[in-house]
Design a protein around this ligand. Structure first.
Ligand code: SF4
Length: 412
């Protein structure tokens, strides 16, 4: 648990995919490229410009990352690609499969000069339901926010993930479905029968808006027809809240993605107890930024609210939350905290959860209780990584501090 929060910054990242211009230093990682940058990369190496589009088609449409198998490239170009381009930059070091078909991967990212045991790791998850396959991805290694109920923030921020490494997580989860195999054996029939990713949620490790440029670049690749081709309406960024970054996202993101605000408390006093970064902005400032998002994009906000027993699940908290949600015309997703050893928070009682929702609904606030998924694996965000490092449990998914679940808005 971090005691002193890092001061939030709207962006601490270096632009790569989606923002790099031809002529800038061009990325070495295939998943950080756009058609423009990859064409420029090819031309710099004496290939025709159209090679870029061909290579991207192999990677995204056909799932091929071995240059030797890219049969419409010349032998010379295949060799150049194999020598000078990085394809997968991480290794799956652990995989967990839940009985409901949820699959979780722990990925260790390559770092020059760093031994395998000391490499940085992040998690990503594929969550299947009847008609959806949701990829939950991480945006940072560790997290600078340090929410008191979340394992991801326990060690603070280690680094930002590049846009390519964010996109690579989606590619890996998709290919796991296509192959029917993961690092630890076959995926469930339930998952395999529908082998494509339909939704992407930035609810894994990290605060997405603190890695702004890389997350925005990744979103563009995830939604691009030449990339993963996933509908922007099925991509959700979940943030604990940086007012300036929310406004910046409304200005700069041309895609109709969904924004979710991890509120978790109805008052500033409780929020500051739970979320160290809450000392930098009030709930009112966050809601004002969300109102600007709605005015600019026309997209409704979802408020995420993790219920912690005795902390924020009392009737008066429901009344206060209803008041906030109505001022914004926002939906509320209620998340039951997943109790784990090592962190001093309890799972709310079922009757309190339902009473909380009833009070919201009586106040005409649209609210949902998230279905729990993957409970028989270390499903909460940061938990698998934490356990792999020898720590105890605890943690949350996507700014939620809760068990592995997906948001209603993200599913629709
Ligand atoms: S809940 Fe989200 S924002 Fe908070 S520490 Fe965990 S990953 Fe970071």
């Amino acid at each position: 648990m971090t005691s002193e929060p890092h001061k939030p910054k709207a962006s601490t990242s270096t632009p790569t995919a989606g923002t790099a211009r031809a002529g800038d230093a061009l990325p070495r990682h295939i998943f950080s490229h756009t058609p423009e940058t990859l064409s420029a990369w090819c031309v710099q190496r004496g290939m025709p410009a159209f090679r870029g589009a061909q290579i991207l088609e192999w990677v995204y449409q056909k799932g091929v990352i071995d240059p030797a198998a890219m049969t419409n490239l010349s032998a010379h170009d295949r060799q150049t690609l194999a020598r000078e381009m990085d394809f997968l930059t991480g290794q799956i070091v652990q995989r967990q499969s839940a009985s409901d078909g949820t699959e979780k991967l722990l990925i260790a990212w390559d770092q020059p000069g760093v031994g395998a045991e000391a490499r940085q790791t992040t998690e990503c998850v594929m969550i299947p339901s009847d008609d959806r396959r949701t990829a939950c991805v991480s945006s940072q290694v560790g997290c600078p926010v340090g929410c008191k109920f979340c394992a991801s923030g326990l060690g603070g921020l280690e680094s930002n993930l590049s846009s390519g490494r964010i996109v690579e997580q989606v590619w890996r989860l998709r290919e796991m479905l296509r192959d029917g195999q993961g690092a630890g054996g076959p995926v469930s029939r339930f998952a395999r029968d529908f082998p494509r990713i339909t939704n992407v949620v930035f609810m894994g490790m990290g605060e997405p808006l603190a890695n702004f440029a890389n997350v925005l670049g990744a979103v563009r690749t995830i939604c691009a027809l030449w990339g993963h081709g996933i509908s922007a309406r099925k991509v959700t960024i979940s943030t604990v809240g940086l007012p300036a970054a929310i406004e910046r996202l409304a200005e700069q993101c041309e895609l109709p993605i969904t924004l979710a605000l991890s509120l978790h408390a109805p008052t500033d006093a409780i929020r500051r107890e739970l979320i160290p970064w809450a000392q930098y902005s009030t709930i009112r400032q966050l809601l004002d930024a969300c109102a600007k998002w709605f005015a600019k994009t026309g997209r409704e906000i979802t408020l995420e609210y993790t219920l912690l027993r005795g902390i924020n699940d009392r009737p008066e908290h429901a009344e206060e939350l209803a008041h906030l949600a109505k001022s914004l015309r926002a939906n509320v997703n209620l998340i039951r905290y997943n109790e784990n050893s090592g962190l001093p928070f309890g799972r709310p009682r079922d009757e309190d959860v339902h009473d909380f929702q009833r009070r919201l609904r009586e106040a005409s606030v649209n609210s949902h209780i998230r279905a729990s998924r993957g409970r028989d694996i270390a499903a909460a965000c940061g938990q698998l990584r934490h356990e792999a490092r020898g720590g105890g449990g605890g943690g949350g998914l996507g700014g939620g501090g809760a068990e592995l679940t997906i948001k209603g808005k993200a599913q629709g």
